[in-house]
Design a binder for this molecule. Structure first.
Ligand code: ACO
Length: 389
């Protein structure tokens, strides 16, 4: 679909949040038949963050979202839409994006989850950019957030050493200034669905037997996924660069899904670009699925690897099988400067949104409690809402 003339989707804010608890390879080798040497050599991972009790996909996402809104100097009530890319939602229902929308106090925003596993962030940015360019929304918060540790089989050394938890977020805003998300290429091949699977869902009842057999935890055919990942990173990157009318030599930095340093090295070779132009931080976080690209982006910005006018490619691949690439012309330097007055205004509006959210929640609780009192013990429910009947 051609872009609406004169409307562009710029990334104006970014932020990340990871749990405080670090689990090193050495820690894992105390409880599993593995070693720091094997994990480092075969994957590049040195440590990962693991959510503690009371930390969930939504709580990490809210922190990352808040950080991104701060960089964009936006208060939550300015958001039109929240998209949460995740394959580890808090619940099957309600959706995690609505929990985030409520947690942030984004009272005006619509909210939905998007599950394409490790490609989720690229899919979500593409959808957000499309909705902005099409004129439907002006400000969208996209979050990739995962609690991978909660779906691991912790006795399967071939998967549990690979993954970690965390969240990363970006704010996309409409502008008439050219730049931002220039092109997107998304894909899927469901015939490979069994290669990477978490069996939690309505198809497999959660029985004790299913849990004991590890059927509700992550299973992966690592070698097949490895082959798919190297091929698709190369193809998707080439396709999105061509779609944007650019050359591979125009790309300043590739920010890929962080699964394995060997995948990144093979892809860099196939693309004919120096490994230094493929950003990697999986040493510190492991594979955080949909959170990995925004976590890498935030680190790349913090390391001064991204400047205004740079061309970036986000490229992801994973369960589904799914894949996607976005080409972004970066709009700002590594940090955005706001005057003290602008910051104070946003802070005040942010607090106001929190207060409004608290009052709204209190109002809902009182309504539920009042209704319960109205329907005393022994009184059958009439199935009608307040004022009905
Ligand atoms: N520690 C020690 N040994 C191990 C471990 C471990 N943690 N895990 C496996 N091994 C052993 C295996 O048992 C095997 O032993 P054997 O030869 O005696 O049978 C040996 O190491 C080699 O195993 P391979 O599976 O051949 O190892 P490989 O080099 O393929 O690496 C890995 C495995 C890291 C999983 C790799 O295949 C990979 O990275 N695949 C891609 C994963 C990926 O990219 N996922 C992305 C999508 S994720 C998402 O969408 C949610």
């Amino acid at each position: 679909m051609p872009d609406n003339v004169g409307r562009y989707a710029h990334i104006t804010g970014w932020g990340a949040h990871v749990p405080a608890r670090t689990v090193t390879n050495e820690d894992l080798s105390q409880v599993l038949p593995t070693s720091d040497a094997w994990i480092r050599e075969r994957t590049g991972i040195q440590e990962r963050r693991i959510a503690e009790e009371g930390e969930y996909t939504s709580t990490m996402a809210i922190q990352a979202g808040r950080a991104a809104l701060k960089v964009a100097n936006l208060d939550p009530s300015a958001l039109d839409l929240v998209i949460c890319a995740t394959s580890t939602p808090d619940y099957l229902m309600p959706n995690t994006a609505s929990l985030i929308q409520d947690g942030l106090g984004a009272a005006r925003a619509a909210a939905f989850d998007l599950n394409t596993a490790c490609s989720g962030f690229v899919y979500a940015v593409s959808v957000a950019a499309g909705l902005i360019k099409g004129g439907l929304y002006d400000r969208v918060l996209v979050i990739g957030a995962e609690s991978m540790s909660r779906v691991m089989n912790w006795s399967d050394r071939s998967t549990c050493v690979l993954f970690g938890d965390g969240a990363g977020a970006v704010v996309l805003e409409a502008s008439d200034r050219p730049g931002g998300v220039l092109a997107s290429k998304l894909g899927s091949d469901g015939s490979g669905g069994d290669l990477l699977k978490v069996g939690l869902g309505t198809r497999l009842p959660i029985t004790e037997g299913a849990v004991a057999r590890g059927e509700t935890a992550m299973t992966m055919n690592g070698q097949q996924v490895f082959r798919f990942a190297t091929r698709i990173m190369n193809e998707a990157t080439r396709e999105v660069v061509e779609q944007a009318g650019l050359q591979l030599s125009d790309i300043d930095l590739i920010v890929p899904h962080q699964a394995n340093t060997r995948i990144l090295a093979v892809a860099a070779k196939q693309l004919g670009i120096p490994e230094g132009r493929v950003f990697s931080n999986l040493q510190r976080f492991g594979n955080t699925s949909a959170a990995s690209i925004p976590l890498a982006l935030v680190d790349a910005l913090a390391e001064g690897r991204v400047r205004a006018g740079d061309h970036l490619v986000f490229v992801g691949f994973g369960g589904g099988l799914t894949w996607g690439a976005c080409l972004v012309e970066w709009s700002y330097g590594p940090s955005r400067q706001w005057s003290p007055g602008q910051r104070a205004l946003r802070w005040t509006r942010d607090r106001l949104a929190q207060v409004k959210r608290s009052l709204h929640r209190l109002d809902r609780r009182l309504a539920v409690a009042g209704r319960r009192r109205g329907k005393g013990a022994g009184e059958p429910w009439d199935g009608l809402g307040p004022g009905e009947g």
